[in-house]
Design a protein around this ligand. Structure first.
Ligand code: FAD
Length: 403
């Protein structure tokens, strides 16, 4: 019976292990995770959990008993430090774990500010794991002063939490606009206005020169000449795929662990899924950073490890919560040349539809769940609605699905 080892006890690792059992795999499953807790969901870390509105137990993807009950040998607080591909073993926490098949679900590492500009001072935080958030949470209190560096989804969500808690919040984005990498300018305009209306001092085209403080951060100098007094800094400047282990083992890396369409790395005994993996997609190569991708790719890999032979071909989706706005995204907008704006029926409700010529690529729906649902279904079916009909709020969206 095949012995399967999974490195990384996060969203992808947990989904992979559960799917292996659901598909009838009866051999040994060992899951190695460097964090001290069983697999948990990360999205609330920059939302409800950071706000203090969600209990720790609700973060866990499964009760801890699930792993023992399903014969999943969970090794926590163990870092896999080496893979011996010839011997088919993984070294972790002083143990040698033999495998027939290995899955790498190592996730990603947050980018940090360089030490030379104060990035290592106390009070400077990233938002990747539970420990990061438990460390910063006490500083989030009314009257405190926070600087958020980076205007991507993590930075904007953290800014929303701080502003809601009654902090004085400055957000700097070095690029000309927020969400430059991931969303159209219409969506950026929407969230800029939302944050400013909540009192966030949001500055685009503005970089951080340096942080100041003895041991703990007390201030910052911005590229526009402003000097800020601060109590804390939250850094949301992106992540890099966690490929060090794979790279040291000689696996092919291309913006993440390079896999084939089934999720197999350059070594046929080793597979990868989630934030750490890049896979072939529509003539190019894609790496996604989302819960949907971690679950769906891991489940596909689990089935393929058992011989299913199916290609992973996702319709990506994502969400973000900021204040009372729920953003839902279906598809990928990269390469769009026009955006159709569809006004909603209630205040703050609107959707932005990305097209390349007449082809629908993606939709961003702000407090517009119906638009999201219809957009996702159209994308899954490979269909593109008429742009003029879409822009007309009088058009029944369901009719577009039926058309
Ligand atoms: P992870 O969940 O990061 O798990 C990887 C695990 O592997 C980690 O526990 C890590 O410690 C462990 N590991 C790494 N190397 C080793 C090693 N050598 N040995 C042992 N263990 C190792 N996605 C959405 O779709 N919507 C959202 O709203 C959203 N919000 C987010 C908010 C935050 C704050 C963060 C951090 C992420 C958010 N995401 C969101 C992204 C989503 O959580 C990730 O895409 C998803 O967790 C990826 O799953 P993964 O299993 O690939 O990686």
């Amino acid at each position: 019976m095949k012995r399967i080892v999974i490195v990384g006890a996060g969203q992808a690792g947990a989904s992979l292990a559960a799917r292996l059992r659901a598909e009838g795999h009866e051999g040994a499953i060992t899951m190695i995770g460097e964090e001290p807790v069983p697999p948990y969901q990360r999205p609330p870390l920059s939302k409800q959990y950071l706000m203090g509105e969600m209990a720790l137990e609700r973060l866990f993807l499964r009760p801890e008993s699930f792993y023992a009950e399903n014969g999943i040998d969970l090794h926590l607080s163990e870092t896999a430090v080496a893979i011996d591909r010839a011997d088919r073993t993984v070294i972790a926490g002083g143990h040698t774990h033999p495998y027939d098949t290995l899955a790498l679900c190592t996730g990603a590492v947050p980018r940090r500010l360089p030490g030379a500009i104060g990035g290592e001072l106390a009070g400077v935080h990233v938002v990747r794991d539970l420990r990061d958030v438990d460390t910063m949470a006490p500083a989030i209190r009314a009257g405190g002063r926070a600087l958020v560096v980076g205007g991507g989804y993590i930075g904007l969500e953290a800014a929303a939490v701080c502003a809601k808690a009654g902090m004085e919040v400055t957000l700097v984005e070095a690029a000309p606009r927020i969400l430059g990498r991931v969303a159209c300018s219409e969506t950026a305009d929407y969230f800029r206005a939302l944050h400013r209306a909540r009192g966030v001092d949001l500055r685009e085209g503005t970089g951080l020169e340096r942080l100041v403080g003895e041991d703990r951060v007390t201030g910052a100098a911005l590229s526009d000449g402003t000097e800020l007094a601060l109590d804390m800094v939250i850094v949301g400047i992106g992540i890099t795929p966690a490929t060090a282990l794979a790279e040291a083992a000689g696996l092919a890396i291309e913006n993440g662990i390079r896999t084939d369409a089934e999720g197999r790395s350059s070594d046929p005994a080793i597979w990868a899924a989630g934030d750490c993996a890049s896979f072939p997609w529509r003539g190019g190569r894609l790496r996604l950073e989302s819960v949907q991708n971690a679950i769906d790719m891991a489940e596909t890999v689990a089935r393929n490890m058992l011989g299913a032979g199916v290609a992973y071909d996702p319709t990506p989706w994502f969400w973000s919560d900021q204040y009372d706005v729920k953003l839902q995204i279906a598809g990928l907008g990269q390469g769009h040349d026009r955006v159709v704006v569809r006004p909603g029926t209630t205040t703050g409700s609107v959707s932005h539809w990305y097209f390349a010529d007449d082809t629908l690529l993606a939709v961003d729906a702000m407090n517009a769940p119906r638009d999201y649902m219809v957009g996702k279904r159209l994308l899954e079916a490979g269909r593109s609605p008429d742009r003029a009909a879409l822009a007309d709020p009088g058009t029944d969206l369901k009719a577009l699905l039926a058309a």
